[in-house]
Write a protein that binds this ligand. Structure first.
Ligand code: UDP
Length: 457
């Protein structure tokens, strides 16, 4: 056994998806910046394998557990229910081994911050005497909606014919189309729906609940979650340099599960006028991107907007592009299979973000001050898109099914700031930065969480 480390040891455990690893890694970095705290981020072996297996990211130690699919992760089984069952059975035993090994090496774990998707993680943590904090990777509003559905207040399926509803804890009415898609269409992905409802148990059983957001962004929703369950917003989990619209020295803000575009592509952006480029990405999950007909509308809409664009089209998705489009867009459009998204959003040439409104993408754009064109696809994205347009006024949602005319109109509207989207986004960016600064709301919530873990913090 090596020498003992007397610091408080926080182990963060991530669900193996890009949108879950990024915010947990950033939170880990933030916690590790506090005196007296040792932080370890546990990710699955398939994630480490794909990214070359670093043992360290800044001050954060990286450790592995297994989802039972060490070669290719989810793709090895291709079925959500089977994957989640394996993740639970193999994940709980290998996480148990990890906690035991840390203890044997003189680094006992005092608290486990677990992705709220990992419903079984508290059982493992408690066996080792560690406290448990659930970490929610979706917006406060979305957590409020799922909590109501879990408690039976929202009846499933949400009927598409319903009038807009006012739910407790939300400042705005939600029409059926604004609900997370799993609630309007429970049959589309029953395993995910079950997981999302059950994660509300984290609010009941965890010692703490932490959310990747900041209080000022959804104050009513955050207060609702805080007063009922003590949940606290501790984000946005974004390196502070990007909040200042600077490039970060430490670009290891995430394990990129894909290879980011080369430096030459950033140079392409350097050559474009300020705020002229539409950045387009539908997130990390290939199965949640638009179908070929919609991709064709996006392509023609981008082209006819007249603006230069950078479009993330995953290698497995390029077949959806209309034939000859890459050639037609030559000089105007840059196609990449993966981008360093925070760097792109913080680049002065970027004028708007055409986004699926995954929660990370939404809070990243808003915190960096980039107006959005919302093209939600599924899951929590419709709810986030509703807030983008109607609550935060930082962008516009395409109406109905995407057409090229509608997309081009939305891009123009987001770019020219006639409706003040950029000005509003800049103001939210300022608030995000303040929340994470010393004595800001998220900073206080992080300090409060750490103060409960032990005397040495
Ligand atoms: N991302 C990235 N490069 C890309 C596309 C996405 O770095 O080309 C990152 C993005 O910054 C975000 C995450 O991947 O942190 C995607 O999470 P999000 O919640 O937006 O969407 P999801 O992929 O979960 O649908």
């Amino acid at each position: 056994m090596s020498g003992s480390d007397h610091r408080i040891h926080v182990l963060l455990v991530s669900y193996p998806a890009q949108g879950h690893i990024n915010p947990l890694l950033q939170l880990a970095k933030r916690l590790a910046g506090h005196r007296g705290i040792r932080c370890t981020l546990a990710v699955t072996r398939s994630v480490l394998g794909n990214s070359g297996g670093p043992s360290q990211a800044g001050a954060v130690h990286i450790a592995a557990f297994s989802d039972g699919c060490d070669r290719q992760g989810y793709d090895e089984v291709g079925d959500v229910q089977t994957f989640l069952a394996r993740l639970e059975s193999v994940g709980s035993s290998t996480l148990d081994e990890l906690l035991r090994s840390e203890s044997e090496h003189g680094r006992p774990v005092h608290a486990v911050v677990y992705d709220a998707f990992l419903l079984w993680a508290p059982r493992v943590a408690r066996r080792h005497g560690a406290k448990c904090a659930a970490f929610f990777t979706q917006a406060c509003a979305v957590n409020v909606v799922y909590a109501h559905a879990w408690a039976g207040l929202v009846k499933l399926p949400v009927d598409k014919q319903n009038a807009p509803a006012q739910l407790p804890g939300l400042p705005t009415m939600l029409s059926p189309a604004d609900f997370p898609s799993f609630l309007t269409d429970p049959g589309s992905s029953p395993a995910y729906l079950h997981l999302l409802l059950q994660q509300c148990e984290g609010l009941e059983v965890a010692d703490y609940s932490l959310i990747n957001s900041f209080h000022e962004l959804q104050p009513k929703e955050a207060e609702y979650l805080s007063s009922r369950w003590g949940a606290k917003a501790v984000g946005p989990s974004i390196p502070s340099a990007y909040l200042d619209n600077r490039m970060a020295d430490d670009t290891s803000y995430g394990f990129h599960l894909h290879t980011p575009m080369a430096a030459e592509s950033m140079a392409w952006l350097d050559d474009r006028p300020a705020r002229s480029v539409a950045y387009v990405s539908f997130g990390s999950l290939a199965n949640a991107t638009p179908d070929p007909a919609q991709v064709a509308e996006v392509a023609e809409g981008l082209y006819s907007s007249g603006q230069p664009f950078v479009w993330v089209v995953r290698a497995s998705e390029t077949w959806k592009l209309p034939e000859g489009f890459i050639g037609k867009a030559m000089g105007r459009g840059l196609f990449v299979t993966w981008s360093p998204q925070l760097e792109v959003l913080a680049h002065p040439a970027v004028g708007c973000f055409v986004t699926h409104c995954g929660w990370n993408s939404t809070i990243e754009a808003l915190s960096i001050g980039v107006p959005m064109v919302a093209v939600p696809q599924w899951s929590d994205q419709p709810t986030n898109a509703k807030y983008v347009e109607d609550v935060w006024h930082v962008g516009v949602q395409v109406k109905g099914v995407v057409t090229k005319e509608e997309l081009a109109r939305c891009i123009r509207e987001a770019m020219d700031d006639a409706k003040g989207y950029r000005t509003n986004a800049a103001s939210w960016s300022h608030k995000a930065k303040k929340a994470m600064s010393e004595d800001g709301s998220s900073d206080r919530n992080i300090a409060d969480f750490l103060s409960k873990l032990g005397p040495s913090t």
